[in-house]
Design a binder for this molecule. Structure first.
Ligand code: FES
Ligand SMILES: [Fe+2]
Length: 346
């Protein structure tokens, strides 16, 4: 086969401009982050009436709160009077939310409580902080900024059927949260998670634990699942690493007690992303064994962040315009296909 014929069978990744161009990121915000279910938090953060936390989805500040009817609500953290950000703390417990500009107050469900100098009855749509769709699945709180979004269980029907077998997930608590700014495009971080061709080289501890010759990546419409045999037996409880469209990774460790970690990747700019990773266990106390697991997961993650930061510097190269897939990188291909569909590109 000539070099030219050989090149024809190569399959190319997303062009590198998708990892550096601010206009493309703007379009991704509208077409992807404002249209899909995004993990915002966990039910254990808002157990009691008045409990709340704030969360930002690519520049849009939101409040998630539990109201006096025990219902969870999500709304934009923006005062309907003139647009001031209302709640400044990350979490807490309140009877009402108060805007610090002209003192409007809001009930726990976002409805106006009192607006000095105004008659509450005449304020139309300005009498409420703007609601956002919220759903809870396995105690995970998802929000969707698209008013017409399909229910989570419709959009992710296959995934929900798959995860339903992990009944212990409902009883976990969010025990630890870490945030890390990564100097890389959000997709580069997801790309890295979706293939394990790099594992033998980049993750020595991971490769010692899992059998890299028996590593599986199952792809589905809007999620994928990676797993392999453990080198030292106990395979009925082996870990499963899920990626869920667009920006969520969930690692489930059934084990004796059962636990889980989640990572949410949120773009800040084309070459910077916020990674929020959370650890969920059954109890608030972390055992020595669980600390070991956290250390293991953190180490693999840091190894990955170092690689993607190195990769990001290459996206600006003039040398060539896009990378190529290996035959085993079908998880990555699947993700890029979803991106193309969402961004309406060939
Ligand atoms: S902007 Fe919030 S009370 Fe005026
Ligand atoms: Fe990795």
């Amino acid at each position: 086969m000539t070099v030219r014929e050989n090149e024809k069978v190569l399959e190319y990744t997303l062009p590198y401009k998708h990892y550096v161009d601010p206009q493309i990121l703007d379009k991704e915000k509208k077409n992807i982050f404002f249209k899909n279910w995004i993990l915002a938090g966990h039910a254990s953060q808002v157990e009691k009436e008045g409990d709340f936390f704030t969360f930002e989805v690519v520049g849009e500040s939101l409040i998630v709160s539990r109201d006096k009817n025990n219902k969870l609500n999500a709304f934009y953290n923006i005062c309907p009077h003139r647009g001031t950000k209302v709640e400044r703390s990350e979490q807490g417990n309140k009877k009402v939310f108060m805007c610090s500009y002209h003192g409007w107050t809001f009930q726990l469900d976002g409805k106006l409580n009192r607006a000095p100098n105004f008659d509450n009855g005449n304020l139309g749509e300005h009498s409420c902080m703007t609601h956002v769709k919220l759903e809870v699945y396995k105690s995970l709180i998802f929000v969707n900024l698209d008013k017409n979004a399909r229910p989570l269980s419709d959009s992710y029907e296959e995934l929900v059927n798959d995860l339903d077998k992990y009944t212990f997930l409902d009883s976990l608590k969010k025990v630890r949260v870490t945030q890390r700014m990564v100097n890389a495009n959000w997709k580069a971080i997801v790309d890295n998670y979706l293939e394990c061709d790099h594992c033998k080289i980049a993750h020595p501890a991971f490769s010692r634990t899992f059998d890299m010759n028996n590593y599986n990546i199952d792809t589905h419409k809007n999620y994928s699942c990676q797993y392999s045999q453990l080198k030292k037996g106990g395979n009925e409880n082996q870990a499963h690493f899920y990626w869920i469209w667009p920006n969520l990774m969930v690692s489930i460790y059934p084990g004796e007690e059962g636990n889980m970690t989640t990572s949410t990747i949120l773009p800040i700019s084309p070459d910077q992303s916020l990674a929020i990773y959370s650890y969920y266990f059954r109890t608030d106390e972390i055992t020595e064994e669980q600390e070991e697991l956290i250390k293991f997961v953190d180490q693999v993650r840091e190894e990955d962040f170092e690689l993607v930061e190195l990769l990001q510097t290459g996206f600006n190269t003039q040398a060539f315009k896009q990378g190529i897939y290996s035959p085993t990188e079908h998880g990555l291909r699947n993700f890029h296909q979803r991106i193309k569909e969402a961004m309406i590109i060939e």
